[in-house]
Write a protein that binds this ligand. Sequence first.
Ligand code: AMP
Length: 413
Amino acid sequence: MSFKDLKLNRPLLRAVAEAGYDNPTLIQEKTIPAVLDQKDVIASAQTGTGKTAAFALPILQLLFDFQDAPKRGKKIKALIVSPTRELAIQIEENFKIYSKYTNLRSTVIFGGAPIEPQIDVLKKGVDILIATPGRLLDLHKQDVVNLDYIQTLVLDEADLMLDMGFLDDVKKIERLCPQDKQILLFSATMPFKVEQLANTILKTPIRIEVSPTSSAAKSVSQVLYYVPKRNKIELCLHLLRNTIKGNIIIFRRTKFGVDKLEKTLLKNGYKVESFHGDKSQTDRQDALNRFKNNEVNILIATDVAARGIDITDLDAVINFDMPNVPETYVHRIGRTGRAGKTGMSYSLCSADEKAYIKTIQQLIQREIAVEQDHPYPLDPKAKPEVHKSKKTGSKHKKGRKSEGSKKKKKRWY
Ligand code: AMP
Protein backbone atom coordinates (compact mmCIF):
# COMPACT_ATOMS: atom_id res chain seq x y z
CA MET A 1 0.00 0.00 0.00
CA SER A 2 1.18 3.56 -0.69
CA PHE A 3 0.35 6.84 1.07
CA LYS A 4 -1.65 7.81 -2.04
CA ASP A 5 -3.92 4.80 -1.49
CA LEU A 6 -4.71 6.26 1.94
CA LYS A 7 -6.28 9.25 0.18
CA LEU A 8 -4.00 11.85 1.72
CA ASN A 9 -3.94 15.20 -0.03
CA ARG A 10 -1.01 16.56 -2.04
CA PRO A 11 0.54 18.88 0.55
CA LEU A 12 0.70 15.99 3.01
CA LEU A 13 2.01 13.51 0.42
CA ARG A 14 4.75 15.97 -0.47
CA ALA A 15 5.81 16.40 3.17
CA VAL A 16 5.76 12.65 3.76
CA ALA A 17 7.90 12.07 0.67
CA GLU A 18 10.38 14.71 1.85
CA ALA A 19 10.54 13.02 5.25
CA GLY A 20 11.79 9.97 3.32
CA TYR A 21 8.84 7.69 4.02
CA ASP A 22 8.27 5.35 1.07
CA ASN A 23 5.27 3.41 2.31
CA PRO A 24 2.94 3.60 5.29
CA THR A 25 3.69 1.38 8.26
CA LEU A 26 1.13 -1.17 9.44
CA ILE A 27 -0.32 1.07 12.13
CA GLN A 28 -0.62 3.89 9.59
CA GLU A 29 -2.41 1.64 7.08
CA LYS A 30 -4.92 0.65 9.71
CA THR A 31 -5.36 3.93 11.58
CA ILE A 32 -5.39 6.62 8.89
CA PRO A 33 -8.64 5.47 7.18
CA ALA A 34 -10.41 5.09 10.55
CA VAL A 35 -9.41 8.62 11.65
CA LEU A 36 -10.40 10.10 8.29
CA ASP A 37 -13.75 8.36 8.76
CA GLN A 38 -14.01 10.31 12.04
CA LYS A 39 -14.28 7.13 14.12
CA ASP A 40 -12.99 6.76 17.66
CA VAL A 41 -9.91 4.54 17.77
CA ILE A 42 -8.16 2.51 20.44
CA ALA A 43 -4.77 1.37 19.20
CA SER A 44 -2.11 -0.67 20.89
CA ALA A 45 1.17 0.33 19.36
CA GLN A 46 4.48 1.31 20.80
CA THR A 47 6.93 3.98 19.72
CA GLY A 48 8.85 3.00 16.62
CA THR A 49 5.79 1.70 14.79
CA GLY A 50 5.10 5.08 13.19
CA LYS A 51 2.11 5.78 15.41
CA THR A 52 2.67 9.54 15.55
CA ALA A 53 2.18 9.93 11.80
CA ALA A 54 -0.74 7.50 12.08
CA PHE A 55 -2.72 10.15 13.97
CA ALA A 56 -0.94 13.33 12.82
CA LEU A 57 -1.47 12.86 9.08
CA PRO A 58 -5.24 12.25 9.12
CA ILE A 59 -5.73 15.03 11.70
CA LEU A 60 -3.94 17.45 9.39
CA GLN A 61 -6.04 16.26 6.49
CA LEU A 62 -9.30 16.69 8.45
CA LEU A 63 -8.28 20.22 9.47
CA PHE A 64 -6.97 21.18 6.03
CA ASP A 65 -10.28 22.66 4.88
CA PHE A 66 -10.37 25.00 7.88
CA GLN A 67 -6.75 26.09 7.63
CA ASP A 68 -7.27 29.56 6.29
CA ALA A 69 -8.88 31.20 9.30
CA PRO A 70 -7.12 34.46 10.10
CA LYS A 71 -4.26 33.76 12.50
CA ARG A 72 -5.79 35.46 15.50
CA GLY A 73 -9.13 33.83 14.80
CA LYS A 74 -7.64 30.36 14.91
CA LYS A 75 -9.24 27.98 17.40
CA ILE A 76 -7.59 24.87 18.80
CA LYS A 77 -9.28 22.03 16.93
CA ALA A 78 -6.99 19.10 17.71
CA LEU A 79 -5.50 18.37 21.11
CA ILE A 80 -2.82 15.76 21.71
CA VAL A 81 -2.19 14.91 25.35
CA SER A 82 1.15 13.29 26.09
CA PRO A 83 2.54 12.16 29.46
CA THR A 84 6.08 13.52 29.16
CA ARG A 85 7.67 16.68 27.87
CA GLU A 86 10.09 14.82 25.62
CA LEU A 87 7.30 12.91 23.95
CA ALA A 88 5.23 16.07 23.57
CA ILE A 89 8.18 17.85 21.92
CA GLN A 90 8.73 14.90 19.61
CA ILE A 91 5.09 14.86 18.53
CA GLU A 92 5.20 18.60 17.84
CA GLU A 93 8.32 18.12 15.70
CA ASN A 94 6.43 15.52 13.66
CA PHE A 95 3.42 17.82 13.19
CA LYS A 96 5.76 20.58 12.00
CA ILE A 97 7.30 18.26 9.39
CA TYR A 98 3.99 16.95 8.06
CA SER A 99 2.24 20.34 8.03
CA LYS A 100 5.06 22.07 6.13
CA TYR A 101 2.93 22.67 3.02
CA THR A 102 -0.25 23.68 4.86
CA ASN A 103 -1.24 26.80 6.77
CA LEU A 104 -2.02 24.79 9.88
CA ARG A 105 -0.19 25.87 12.99
CA SER A 106 0.78 23.75 15.97
CA THR A 107 2.50 24.35 19.26
CA VAL A 108 3.56 22.42 22.32
CA ILE A 109 3.12 23.25 26.01
CA PHE A 110 4.66 21.39 28.95
CA GLY A 111 5.56 21.90 32.58
CA GLY A 112 9.01 22.59 33.98
CA ALA A 113 9.60 25.44 31.51
CA PRO A 114 8.69 29.15 31.64
CA ILE A 115 5.00 29.67 30.99
CA GLU A 116 5.13 33.14 29.38
CA PRO A 117 6.60 32.16 25.99
CA GLN A 118 4.00 29.37 25.77
CA ILE A 119 1.21 31.87 26.49
CA ASP A 120 2.57 34.24 23.80
CA VAL A 121 2.43 31.52 21.13
CA LEU A 122 -1.05 30.39 22.19
CA LYS A 123 -2.35 33.95 22.01
CA LYS A 124 -1.24 34.16 18.39
CA GLY A 125 -3.63 31.29 17.60
CA VAL A 126 -2.96 27.64 16.79
CA ASP A 127 -4.96 24.80 15.19
CA ILE A 128 -3.21 21.93 16.93
CA LEU A 129 -2.05 21.83 20.53
CA ILE A 130 0.27 19.20 21.98
CA ALA A 131 0.37 19.28 25.77
CA THR A 132 1.30 17.53 28.98
CA PRO A 133 -1.71 17.25 31.32
CA GLY A 134 -0.61 19.53 34.18
CA ARG A 135 0.42 22.54 32.09
CA LEU A 136 -2.66 22.15 29.91
CA LEU A 137 -5.03 22.34 32.88
CA ASP A 138 -3.03 25.23 34.31
CA LEU A 139 -3.31 27.27 31.12
CA HIS A 140 -6.97 26.34 30.72
CA LYS A 141 -7.62 27.66 34.22
CA GLN A 142 -5.87 30.89 33.25
CA ASP A 143 -8.22 31.16 30.23
CA VAL A 144 -5.33 31.00 27.78
CA VAL A 145 -6.43 27.66 26.35
CA ASN A 146 -9.95 27.25 25.03
CA LEU A 147 -11.03 23.65 24.48
CA ASP A 148 -14.56 24.45 23.24
CA TYR A 149 -13.67 23.86 19.59
CA ILE A 150 -11.80 20.54 19.88
CA GLN A 151 -12.79 18.11 17.14
CA THR A 152 -10.16 15.44 17.79
CA LEU A 153 -8.59 14.51 21.12
CA VAL A 154 -5.58 12.18 21.11
CA LEU A 155 -4.46 10.44 24.29
CA ASP A 156 -0.97 9.19 23.56
CA GLU A 157 0.87 6.57 25.63
CA ALA A 158 -2.25 6.12 27.76
CA ASP A 159 -0.70 3.36 29.89
CA LEU A 160 2.24 5.55 30.81
CA MET A 161 -0.12 8.45 31.47
CA LEU A 162 -2.02 6.37 34.00
CA ASP A 163 1.20 4.92 35.50
CA MET A 164 2.31 8.49 36.14
CA GLY A 165 -0.91 9.26 38.00
CA PHE A 166 -2.65 11.39 35.39
CA LEU A 167 -6.00 9.54 35.34
CA ASP A 168 -8.00 12.32 36.98
CA ASP A 169 -6.34 14.98 34.83
CA VAL A 170 -7.09 13.01 31.67
CA LYS A 171 -10.74 12.57 32.65
CA LYS A 172 -10.98 16.27 33.42
CA ILE A 173 -9.44 17.23 30.07
CA GLU A 174 -11.86 14.94 28.27
CA ARG A 175 -14.81 16.59 30.01
CA LEU A 176 -13.54 20.07 29.11
CA CYS A 177 -13.71 19.23 25.40
CA PRO A 178 -17.03 19.15 23.49
CA GLN A 179 -19.05 15.96 23.87
CA ASP A 180 -19.19 15.09 20.18
CA LYS A 181 -15.42 15.06 19.60
CA GLN A 182 -13.48 12.17 18.10
CA ILE A 183 -11.09 10.42 20.53
CA LEU A 184 -7.99 8.45 19.55
CA LEU A 185 -6.33 6.48 22.33
CA PHE A 186 -2.86 5.02 21.85
CA SER A 187 -1.20 2.76 24.35
CA ALA A 188 1.87 0.52 24.22
CA THR A 189 0.18 -2.01 26.51
CA MET A 190 -3.50 -2.50 27.34
CA PRO A 191 -3.76 -3.07 31.09
CA PHE A 192 -7.21 -3.19 32.66
CA LYS A 193 -7.14 0.43 33.78
CA VAL A 194 -6.57 1.61 30.18
CA GLU A 195 -9.45 -0.57 28.95
CA GLN A 196 -11.59 0.86 31.72
CA LEU A 197 -10.77 4.43 30.72
CA ALA A 198 -11.47 3.60 27.08
CA ASN A 199 -14.83 2.07 28.00
CA THR A 200 -15.89 5.22 29.78
CA ILE A 201 -14.88 7.79 27.18
CA LEU A 202 -14.74 6.18 23.70
CA LYS A 203 -17.79 5.70 21.52
CA THR A 204 -17.89 2.34 19.64
CA PRO A 205 -14.19 2.57 18.87
CA ILE A 206 -12.31 0.75 16.16
CA ARG A 207 -9.66 -1.48 17.73
CA ILE A 208 -6.27 -1.56 16.13
CA GLU A 209 -3.39 -3.71 17.23
CA VAL A 210 0.12 -3.99 15.95
CA SER A 211 1.95 -6.49 18.00
CA PRO A 212 5.63 -5.79 18.49
CA THR A 213 6.20 -8.99 20.43
CA SER A 214 7.42 -11.47 17.89
CA SER A 215 8.86 -9.08 15.33
CA ALA A 216 10.84 -7.09 17.91
CA ALA A 217 12.25 -10.22 19.41
CA LYS A 218 13.18 -11.76 16.04
CA SER A 219 15.62 -9.13 14.82
CA VAL A 220 17.51 -8.95 18.11
CA SER A 221 20.15 -11.43 19.28
CA GLN A 222 19.53 -11.91 22.95
CA VAL A 223 22.07 -13.12 25.50
CA LEU A 224 21.53 -13.81 29.17
CA TYR A 225 24.17 -13.68 31.91
CA TYR A 226 23.40 -15.14 35.32
CA VAL A 227 25.42 -13.11 37.81
CA PRO A 228 25.38 -12.40 41.57
CA LYS A 229 23.76 -9.03 42.23
CA ARG A 230 26.93 -7.66 43.87
CA ASN A 231 28.97 -8.41 40.70
CA LYS A 232 26.65 -6.78 38.17
CA ILE A 233 28.69 -3.61 37.88
CA GLU A 234 31.92 -5.58 37.35
CA LEU A 235 30.26 -7.73 34.71
CA CYS A 236 28.86 -4.65 32.99
CA LEU A 237 32.36 -3.09 32.89
CA HIS A 238 33.80 -6.38 31.62
CA LEU A 239 31.24 -6.52 28.81
CA LEU A 240 31.77 -2.88 27.84
CA ARG A 241 35.53 -3.48 27.69
CA ASN A 242 35.41 -6.72 25.73
CA THR A 243 32.11 -7.40 24.06
CA ILE A 244 29.64 -4.56 23.65
CA LYS A 245 30.51 -1.75 21.25
CA GLY A 246 28.70 1.15 19.59
CA ASN A 247 25.65 3.07 20.74
CA ILE A 248 24.27 1.49 23.86
CA ILE A 249 21.33 2.07 26.15
CA ILE A 250 21.47 0.60 29.66
CA PHE A 251 18.19 0.16 31.51
CA ARG A 252 17.89 0.32 35.26
CA ARG A 253 14.76 0.12 37.34
CA THR A 254 15.28 3.17 39.56
CA LYS A 255 16.78 6.62 39.23
CA PHE A 256 19.08 5.83 42.16
CA GLY A 257 20.43 2.86 40.19
CA VAL A 258 20.88 5.05 37.11
CA ASP A 259 22.91 7.65 39.05
CA LYS A 260 25.08 5.01 40.72
CA LEU A 261 25.95 3.27 37.46
CA GLU A 262 26.59 6.58 35.72
CA LYS A 263 29.17 7.57 38.37
CA THR A 264 30.97 4.23 38.05
CA LEU A 265 31.08 4.34 34.26
CA LEU A 266 32.30 7.96 34.24
CA LYS A 267 35.05 7.02 36.72
CA ASN A 268 36.10 4.28 34.32
CA GLY A 269 36.42 6.72 31.44
CA TYR A 270 33.22 5.98 29.53
CA LYS A 271 31.24 8.68 27.77
CA VAL A 272 27.87 8.47 29.45
CA GLU A 273 24.65 10.41 29.83
CA SER A 274 21.69 9.53 31.98
CA PHE A 275 17.99 10.05 31.84
CA HIS A 276 15.40 9.84 34.61
CA GLY A 277 12.33 11.56 36.02
CA ASP A 278 14.17 13.73 38.55
CA LYS A 279 16.28 15.52 35.95
CA SER A 280 15.27 18.94 34.74
CA GLN A 281 13.82 19.40 31.29
CA THR A 282 17.01 21.07 30.06
CA ASP A 283 19.23 18.32 31.48
CA ARG A 284 17.12 15.61 29.85
CA GLN A 285 17.09 17.37 26.50
CA ASP A 286 20.88 17.95 26.68
CA ALA A 287 21.48 14.30 27.54
CA LEU A 288 19.35 13.18 24.64
CA ASN A 289 21.01 15.58 22.21
CA ARG A 290 24.52 14.54 23.26
CA PHE A 291 23.55 10.91 22.71
CA LYS A 292 21.85 11.56 19.38
CA ASN A 293 24.84 13.67 18.19
CA ASN A 294 27.26 10.86 19.12
CA GLU A 295 29.06 12.95 21.75
CA VAL A 296 28.43 10.10 24.17
CA ASN A 297 27.70 6.50 23.22
CA ILE A 298 26.13 5.22 26.42
CA LEU A 299 22.77 6.32 27.78
CA ILE A 300 21.56 4.99 31.13
CA ALA A 301 17.83 5.32 31.71
CA THR A 302 14.83 4.18 33.68
CA ASP A 303 12.00 2.59 31.72
CA VAL A 304 9.45 5.24 32.44
CA ALA A 305 11.76 8.14 31.55
CA ALA A 306 12.90 6.48 28.33
CA ARG A 307 9.47 5.34 27.18
CA GLY A 308 8.34 6.76 23.90
CA ILE A 309 11.57 8.55 23.16
CA ASP A 310 12.59 8.04 19.61
CA ILE A 311 16.14 6.73 19.88
CA THR A 312 16.88 4.55 16.94
CA ASP A 313 20.11 3.17 15.50
CA LEU A 314 21.16 1.48 18.71
CA ASP A 315 23.72 -1.27 18.54
CA ALA A 316 22.90 -2.79 21.89
CA VAL A 317 20.58 -2.73 24.85
CA ILE A 318 21.78 -3.80 28.29
CA ASN A 319 19.18 -4.93 30.81
CA PHE A 320 21.21 -4.15 33.93
CA ASP A 321 18.14 -4.90 36.04
CA MET A 322 15.64 -7.39 34.67
CA PRO A 323 12.16 -5.91 34.29
CA ASN A 324 9.39 -7.58 36.29
CA VAL A 325 6.85 -6.87 33.54
CA PRO A 326 7.66 -9.04 30.49
CA GLU A 327 6.29 -6.46 28.00
CA THR A 328 8.89 -4.01 29.29
CA TYR A 329 11.62 -6.42 28.17
CA VAL A 330 10.12 -6.46 24.67
CA HIS A 331 9.93 -2.66 24.61
CA ARG A 332 13.53 -2.35 25.76
CA ILE A 333 15.05 -4.74 23.24
CA GLY A 334 12.78 -3.34 20.52
CA ARG A 335 14.95 -0.21 20.60
CA THR A 336 17.68 -2.05 18.77
CA GLY A 337 17.37 -4.18 15.67
CA ARG A 338 15.12 -1.68 13.92
CA ALA A 339 14.80 -1.08 10.21
CA GLY A 340 16.04 -4.48 9.14
CA LYS A 341 19.28 -4.33 11.17
CA THR A 342 20.16 -6.93 13.74
CA GLY A 343 20.60 -5.64 17.25
CA MET A 344 22.01 -7.11 20.43
CA SER A 345 20.52 -7.35 23.87
CA TYR A 346 22.45 -8.34 26.99
CA SER A 347 20.56 -9.22 30.15
CA LEU A 348 22.15 -9.43 33.58
CA CYS A 349 20.05 -11.63 35.81
CA SER A 350 20.67 -12.14 39.53
CA ALA A 351 19.16 -14.89 41.71
CA ASP A 352 16.18 -12.76 42.76
CA GLU A 353 15.29 -11.97 39.14
CA LYS A 354 15.20 -15.56 37.83
CA ALA A 355 11.40 -15.77 37.93
CA TYR A 356 11.16 -12.83 35.50
CA ILE A 357 13.09 -14.76 32.84
CA LYS A 358 10.41 -17.43 32.79
CA THR A 359 7.58 -14.98 32.04
CA ILE A 360 9.69 -13.10 29.47
CA GLN A 361 10.47 -16.34 27.63
CA GLN A 362 6.79 -17.24 27.63
CA LEU A 363 5.92 -13.89 26.08
CA ILE A 364 8.59 -13.93 23.38
CA GLN A 365 8.03 -17.65 22.80
CA ARG A 366 11.68 -18.53 22.76
CA GLU A 367 14.52 -19.28 25.13
CA ILE A 368 17.15 -16.64 25.61
CA ALA A 369 20.66 -18.02 25.05
CA VAL A 370 22.64 -18.22 28.28
CA GLU A 371 26.32 -17.19 28.20
CA GLN A 372 28.18 -19.10 30.89
CA ASP A 373 31.67 -18.11 29.90
CA HIS A 374 32.21 -14.96 31.99
CA PRO A 375 34.18 -14.07 35.14
CA TYR A 376 31.26 -13.73 37.59
CA PRO A 377 29.09 -16.84 37.25
CA LEU A 378 26.14 -17.29 39.56
CA ASP A 379 26.02 -20.44 41.60
CA PRO A 380 22.85 -22.17 40.28
CA LYS A 381 21.85 -22.93 43.86
CA ALA A 382 22.40 -19.34 45.02
CA LYS A 383 19.59 -17.84 47.06
CA PRO A 384 18.59 -14.22 46.42
CA GLU A 385 20.88 -11.80 48.24
CA VAL A 386 19.06 -9.89 50.93
CA HIS A 387 20.17 -6.31 51.42
CA LYS A 388 20.14 -5.42 55.07
CA SER A 389 19.16 -1.81 55.61
CA LYS A 390 21.54 0.17 57.82
CA LYS A 391 18.60 2.10 59.20
CA THR A 392 17.21 0.74 62.39
CA GLY A 393 13.69 1.79 61.48
CA SER A 394 11.29 3.95 63.35
CA LYS A 395 8.83 3.21 66.05
CA HIS A 396 6.37 5.54 64.35
CA LYS A 397 6.16 4.09 60.88
CA LYS A 398 2.58 4.85 60.06
CA GLY A 399 1.20 8.28 59.46
CA ARG A 400 4.37 10.21 60.23
CA LYS A 401 4.47 12.17 57.02
CA SER A 402 2.62 15.42 56.78
CA GLU A 403 0.32 16.00 53.81
CA GLY A 404 2.83 18.60 52.59
CA SER A 405 5.73 16.18 52.54
CA LYS A 406 3.62 13.50 50.86
CA LYS A 407 2.89 15.95 48.07
CA LYS A 408 6.61 16.59 47.68
CA LYS A 409 7.17 12.86 47.18
CA LYS A 410 10.06 12.29 44.82
CA ARG A 411 9.52 10.35 41.68
CA TRP A 412 11.21 6.95 41.52
CA TYR A 413 11.48 6.82 37.71
P1 AMP B 1 6.89 6.84 16.04
O1 AMP B 1 6.46 5.42 16.28
O2 AMP B 1 5.76 7.71 15.65
O3 AMP B 1 7.69 7.39 17.18
O4 AMP B 1 7.87 6.83 14.77
C1 AMP B 1 9.11 6.22 14.80
C2 AMP B 1 10.01 6.69 13.66
O5 AMP B 1 9.54 6.19 12.41
C3 AMP B 1 10.08 8.19 13.52
O6 AMP B 1 11.44 8.55 13.43
C4 AMP B 1 9.35 8.50 12.23
O7 AMP B 1 9.92 9.61 11.57
C5 AMP B 1 9.53 7.22 11.43
N1 AMP B 1 8.42 6.91 10.51
C6 AMP B 1 7.10 7.11 10.72
N2 AMP B 1 6.38 6.67 9.67
C7 AMP B 1 7.25 6.17 8.77
C8 AMP B 1 7.11 5.57 7.48
N3 AMP B 1 5.93 5.38 6.91
N4 AMP B 1 8.24 5.18 6.84
C9 AMP B 1 9.44 5.35 7.42
N5 AMP B 1 9.65 5.92 8.63
C10 AMP B 1 8.56 6.32 9.30
